[in-house]
Design a protein around this ligand. Structure first.
Ligand SMILES: Cc1cc2nc3c(=O)[nH]c(=O)nc-3n(C[C@H](O)[C@H](O)[C@H](O)COP(=O)(O)OP(=O)(O)OC[C@H]3O[C@@H](n4cnc5c(N)ncnc54)[C@H](O)[C@@H]3O)c2cc1C
Length: 599
């Protein structure tokens, strides 16, 4: 009897393990949200489902700006609730809480990267104000959010691009602590629709950085033109200029190095939401792709039945997007817990940008290889996803700017061993005001605990094999680390960086898989991918660069490790995890998976 109960308990527990962590608006999991947050998500889903995929795609094709959603969110206080910092305005539910800000980004991405972009740029636009020293601007921002406005962020310029230090927008002092602003900002989302734009530039006299706010209704503000992109319509992207724009203390948010730091800290938040959006985009595209492929009949059989490579591509996309979400979930915990004593998020955030978004791009490539022509039909979600998934790797600091950042942590990640207080899922409703008080510099001083901790107690074959690759890579760093001149050569270091990213990615995914009680079978598939990916980077390194003998030897040791191959297990995984997605989300106006009905 006792063992029966125990077995039942075990079975119930096993059954309750998650086969997927992906969202589906038809069965969204609100269990960790408070009532108001749940309402915000439900309202948004209700709007999007009522509108339907066909009309959303049509807006994109016809280049219709998202007026309807902006008005809807204003009426329902959506941006106001999500983006107002606690203590400002009179909305008791308002707080800047990453536990809802991030999944909201994913949800909007699920419907369209265009909706998400408007939201993301608004996040960028409000952040320097919440970080700044100007109380008057904070109060005004709360008022404007309450009125339902969206926001913009004026950092980039046309010529300097990623070289922000060369930005030319400036303030010229004209006496009595007042200035005039001049200069042009380029690639600025929402700049034709936002009421105000925090703008970064330099004091022309002192050379010091300054963040100030421009009012888009001021006659010295000139919206120059739209910058046309493939996702025009829902997305508003443009360039604006300030022409002898008068600035007083009332418009200044911050001055000096701290102003520039706020710009980077703002991007730290923005690039984080890019990764979440990428997860939403690929999730939706995957649902469409499985539904389409599984119902498509060729040579009198279902495509997924007769072509094993189709099953394999869809399985890989499924595995990659689940891994992306698991990473984002855990990285959000670290970001929410950041403090002057715990700055590990500075490694984990750029990986959301450079790895998660590129994984999304990779998964979209697989999806397109499966659906082929169908994915080009403009009334499918996939046709939009193909473009938007790629866009995210290039926003908010390109993938390789972030890779350069990540590599600064390699030594400490492997060779420091600092204890931190442990934390699980950080889901409590709180204003994450700590992320508005980030500090720059000192990256090389950030220490990490032993990465091996994440692997303790995990008895999953491919996890154990991957751990061997990680340990070999660590040994390689001990015995054959690249010399200083090579460390600065991004071409030479790229594969080292990719392997390092895989190691960190894997650590957080393992932590997340435990916290979200994910099926071992899924974790095993994820780690089989990591082993293959790591081997590919190692092979590229030995076949493309001048390495020392020691380095070559160690890279070959990494390549030598292969995941356990079990085709029966893979087929079972396809049936139980991936094929079941067929028809799991069929919104109003859906055009995918219905072709067979034409006959
Ligand atoms: C659709 C879209 C929307 C945008 N929205 C906004 C916005 O709202 N507000 C805003 O301020 N900006 C915005 N941007 C600007 C965006 O953040 C910049 O495109 C980005 O910072 C990089 O500049 P760039 O694309 O011109 O690259 P470039 O400056 O031309 O860089 C060229 C290449 O050099 C590499 N590189 C440069 N520096 C480094 C480095 N240190 N290490 C390694 N590699 C490096 C890059 O990876 C890239 O491959 C937007 C851009 C786009 C395309």
């Amino acid at each position: 009897m006792g063992s029966f109960i125990y077995n039942n308990f075990l079975e119930a527990r096993i059954m309750s393990k998650r086969k997927s962590v992906l969202i589906n608006p038809d069965s969204y999991d609100y269990s960790k949200f408070d009532e108001r947050t749940k309402q915000v998500f439900e309202d948004t889903i209700a709007f999007m489902e009522k509108k339907g995929g066909a009309e959303i795609r049509n807006d994109i094709l016809q280049k219709v700006w998202q007026h309807d959603f902006i008005e809807y969110q204003a009426e329902h206080g959506i941006y106001a609730t999500l983006l107002t910092a606690e203590g400002y305005g009179d909305n008791p539910d308002a707080r800047f809480d990453l536990f809802r800000v991030c999944p909201f980004s994913e949800l909007l991405g699920f419907y369209s990267g265009g909706y998400q972009y408007c939201y993301q740029v608004s996040i960028l636009g409000v952040s320097p104000v919440w970080m700044g020293d100007n109380e008057e601007q904070k109060q005004d921002l709360a008022r404007l959010l309450n009125e339902g406005n969206v926001f913009a962020f004026g950092m980039s310029e046309k010529k300097p691009g990623a070289d922000l230090y060369s930005n030319a927008a400036n303030l010229r002092p004209v006496g009595d602590g007042t200035y005039v602003a001049n200069g042009e900002k380029y690639y600025i989302g929402n700049s034709d629709v936002a009421p105000k734009i925090p703008t970064l530039g330099k004091n022309l006299e002192s050379g010091e950085w300054c963040f100030w706010v421009v009012d888009c209704n001021n006659r010295h503000y000139n919206y120059v033109r739209n910058i046309n992109t493939k996702s025009d319509g829902l997305v508003n992207l443009g360039t604006f200029e300030m022409i002898e724009y008068p600035i007083t203390r009332a418009e200044i948010l911050k001055e000096g190095k701290a102003a520039f730091a706020d710009g980077l800290s703002t991007i730290n938040i923005g690039k984080f939401t890019c990764g979440w959006s990428s997860v939403g985009i690929v999730t939706h595209a995957l649902y469409e792709a499985v539904t389409h492929a599984n119902r498509r009949i060729l040579f009198e059989h279902r495509v997924t039945e007769i072509f094993p490579h189709i099953r394999s591509f869809l399985t890989e996309a499924y595995v990659r997007v689940n891994a992306m979400r698991l990473y984002c979930l855990r990285a959000t915990d670290y970001f929410r817990m950041m403090s002057p004593e715990d700055r590990r998020y500075l490694l984990f955030n750029p990986i959301v940008k450079n790895k998660v978004t590129r994984e999304g791009d990779k998964a979209m490539g697989l999806i397109m290889d499966v659906v082929c022509a169908k994915g080009y039909e403009a009334d499918t979600y996939m046709s939009e996803a193909m473009i938007s998934a790629g866009m995210y790797t290039r926003l908010e600091g390109t993938a390789h700017v972030n890779m350069a950042l990540v590599m600064k942590f390699m030594t400490n990640y492997f060779f420091s061993d600092k204890e931190y207080p442990e934390f699980g899922i950080v889901s409590e409703p709180k204003n994450d005001g700590n992320i508005f008080a980030q500090t720059m510099g000192g990256l090389a001083k950030i220490e990490f605990p032993d990465y091996g901790k994440a692997y303790i107690g995990v008895d999953i074959p491919n996890v154990k094999l991957f751990k061997k690759q990680v340990d070999i890579f660590r040994e390689l760093l001990m015995t054959g680390a690249p010399d200083v001149s090579l460390l600065k050569n991004m071409d030479y270091m790229l594969n080292w960086g990719e392997i390092f990213c895989n190691v960190v990615y894997a650590q957080l995914i393992l932590e997340s898989a435990k916290l979200y009680d994910v099926e071992d079978e899924l974790v095993d598939q994820i780690f089989a991918r990591f082993i293959r990916d790591t081997s590919k980077f190692a092979l590229d390194q030995v076949s493309s660069h001048d390495n020392t003998d020691v380095q070559t030897e160690y890279f070959w040791k990494i390549i030598d490790i292969v995941p356990t191959v079990d085709k029966e297990k893979d087929l079972k995984f396809w049936h139980e995890y991936v094929e079941v997605l067929d028809g799991c989300y069929m919104p109003k106006g859906n055009v995918v998976g219905l072709d067979h009905l034409d006959d």
